[in-house]
Design a protein. Structure first.
Length: 172
């Protein structure tokens, strides 16, 4: 009688649980927890019965763990395995992540500190007279934002365009 080797059981994929807060979206959660919005569908799959367009405050959302292959760094296109300087072992050449330049300083006379509940459209309406001008504000300030750029976190200082109507009696 031969004995077959039994492989150890692999642990089930771990999931995190996120409690929905104001402004949360599945794409924002994918970016925050999984590193890229392309993983939004993984969150949708992990939460059958939840409508991503109708998330309720306080709802619990499962955040799946990505398979190891999905979380590995990308090999630069056209790269071939190279010897490690330290060990001489061959392995893939990994593309280095891009380094973000520090945003340029905001001129004090055109600085606005974002308040809770502020949105691009409302700020464009307030300072430019037309909410449809929000892309101008976004483009001027996108380097100051991280994570989900559609959400303006309270406390971030943004720059208003030169032609903005800035009230002198209102404090930032």
């Amino acid at each position: 009688m031969t004995s077959a080797a039994i492989a150890p059981a692999t642990p089930a994929a771990q999931t995190k649980v996120h409690t929905i807060a104001a402004g949360d979206t599945f794409s924002g959660l994918a970016l925050k927890y999984l590193g890229h919005v392309k993983y939004t569908t993984e969150i949708v799959k992990a939460n059958p019965g939840l409508d991503p367009t109708r998330l309720r405050l306080g709802a619990k959302v499962k955040i799946p763990t990505l398979p190891a292959a999905a979380s590995q760094p990308a090999v630069a296109a056209g790269a071939s395995p190279a010897a490690s300087p330290a060990t001489g072992a061959r392995g893939p050449i990994v593309a280095a992540p891009a380094v973000r330049a520090a945003p340029r300083p905001v001129p004090a006379d055109r600085a606005y500190t974002v308040k809770a509940g502020d949105a691009w459209y409302g700020l464009a309406q307030r300072f430019l007279g037309d909410g449809n001008e929000w892309p101008r504000l976004f483009e001027l300030n996108k380097e100051r934002l991280s994570g989900n750029r559609e959400v303006l976190p309270a406390g971030v200082v943004i720059e208003l365009p030169r032609d903005a109507k800035i009230p002198t009696t209102t404090t930032n």
